[in-house]
Ligand binder design. Structure first.
Ligand SMILES: Nc1ncnc2c1ncn2[C@@H]1O[C@H](COP(=O)(O)OP(=O)(O)OP(=O)(O)O)[C@@H](O)[C@H]1O
Ligand SMILES: [Mg+2]
Length: 381
């Protein structure tokens, strides 16, 4: 069973991208196929860790979200890069096991392209559908989501749909409150497995004490504690640390994290995502739910919409009735109301009527018009 692993943090710079890239490499070195999607639209950087140069990137996640590229065109096989880019690698690293495969979906670094999606908005359902399509089409064992720090639509949709959430934090008071908030939100979104990874811990600290303190505070298991490493700083994202330093404590801890993630019980995972056929009514300007609506849960209808999202497949009236314990007549009234409000879409699948949440398109950022115009001026570069 394939799994979606979202690596997130409340604050920036906690080490998410390094954790994602190295975890994918470790998992691939065990013969598994790992995908990585860089959902940090305004400041992507994952491709740097794989030595994928900007000039070699023809299409990115932005193009897919903008509707101008297929997913197949934006998945880059970086297995070889991960395997061979380390000309500076130690002989021990050179003997690393054969890779199962690493596929990277990069973000776009062009000044003219970021505003198209970030400033112009996009269809959020395309992003949520992309997870399942990538798992299926690339035959992935794991899809890692390198998520943008903090709280936005991309982060919330990734958390809402993932099987395993890895929250990365540093032993820094600024990270503590935000992590507590993220744990609370993840619980509301009923993520099946939540793990903490404490990064940049001074090697002089007592790791067991740090683990105990975090587990007591957050009531979430700590999957691993990563030491602060000057060597990693010196590497400056020019390579994958675990391949270059296979015996380093950082790598050992990451291996332990990889093992914990792969040991998560399949029976406790979310059900497989079933893609709905594309909507017959492409006019998404009105209505639809934002991810924040799912968290507010002001009404029982919204709670029901959240439950339907978490099923990761369009549901039937009978399934809703079984979940809510309501009779079918009452369920139909609630579902009709949600469809009328534009929160649910009604679909015909294999001769059966089903319902899926209707996600609102992400609105563009309210940034000064002058700035967007300047950024878009050289759109053809
Ligand atoms: N254990 C560590 N020891 C030393 N430096 C580290 C460690 N982990 C990460 N770093 C450094 O911290 C910086 C941020 O790392 P990274 O880009 O992986 O974080 P991030 O959470 O993805 O950041 P952002 O939120 O901006 O996307 C990088 O310069 C990286 O080399
Ligand atoms: Mg990052």
């Amino acid at each position: 069973m394939s799994k979606i692993v979202c690596v997130h943090s409340f604050r920036h710079g906690t080490g998410k991208s390094n954790v994602v890239a190295n975890l994918a490499a470790i998992i691939a070195s065990c013969g598994q196929r790992a995908g990585i999607i860089d959902t940090d639209i305004p400041s992507p950087g994952l491709h740097v860790l794989f030595g994928l140069e900007s000039e070699k990137i023809n299409a990115t996640l932005n193009d897919y979200l903008w509707g101008s590229a297929a997913l197949a065109d934006i998945a880059y096989d970086v297995s070889d890069t991960a395997n061979t880019s380390g000309s500076r690698r130690s002989p021990a690293a050179a003997t690393s096991q054969p890779l199962g495969g690493i596929y990277l979906i990069p973000g776009n670094l062009k000044a003219s392209e970021i505003p198209r999606v970030w400033g112009g908005g996009y269809n959020v359902e395309l992003l949520s559908d992309s997870f399942e399509l990538l798992l299926r089409d690339l035959r992935l064992d794991y899809l890692f989501i390198d998520s943008r720090a903090g709280l936005d639509e991309e982060a919330l949709i990734s958390i809402a749909l993932c099987d395993v959430l890895v929250l990365v934090l540093r032993p820094d008071r600024q990270d503590f409150h935000g992590t507590a908030l993220m744990v609370e939100l993840a619980r509301k979104l009923q993520v099946p497995h939540i793990h903490l990874v404490v990064n940049q811990v001074l090697p002089t600290y007592d790791f067991d004490a740090v683990r105990q303190q975090m587990e007591t505070t957050y009531k979430v298991p700590v999957a691993g504690i990563l030491p602060f490493s000057e060597t990693l700083v010196e590497l400056a994202s020019s390579d994958l640390f675990c391949l270059q330093y296979p015996n380093h404590l950082f790598t050992q801890q990451l291996r332990a994290i990889a093992e914990k993630i792969t040991c998560c019980k399949a029976s406790q995972m979310r059900p497989e995502i079933v893609l709905a056929p594309p909507s017959e009514n492409p006019d998404r300007e009105e209505g639809g739910l934002r991810m924040f609506d799912f968290l507010m849960q002001h009404s029982s209808e919204r709670q029901l919409a959240k439950w339907i999202l978490q099923q990761r497949k369009p549901v039937t009236l009978a399934e809703v009735a079984a979940h809510t314990g309501m009779d079918k007549g009452a369920v139909r009234t609630v579902l009709d109301t949600l469809v009328e409000q534009g929160c649910l879409l009604e679909l015909e699948m294999a001769g059966e009527r089903r319902y899926r949440p209707r996600l609102a398109p992400k609105k563009g950022r309210q940034l000064c018009k002058y700035i967007w115009e300047k950024l878009e001026e050289n759109g053809a570069d």
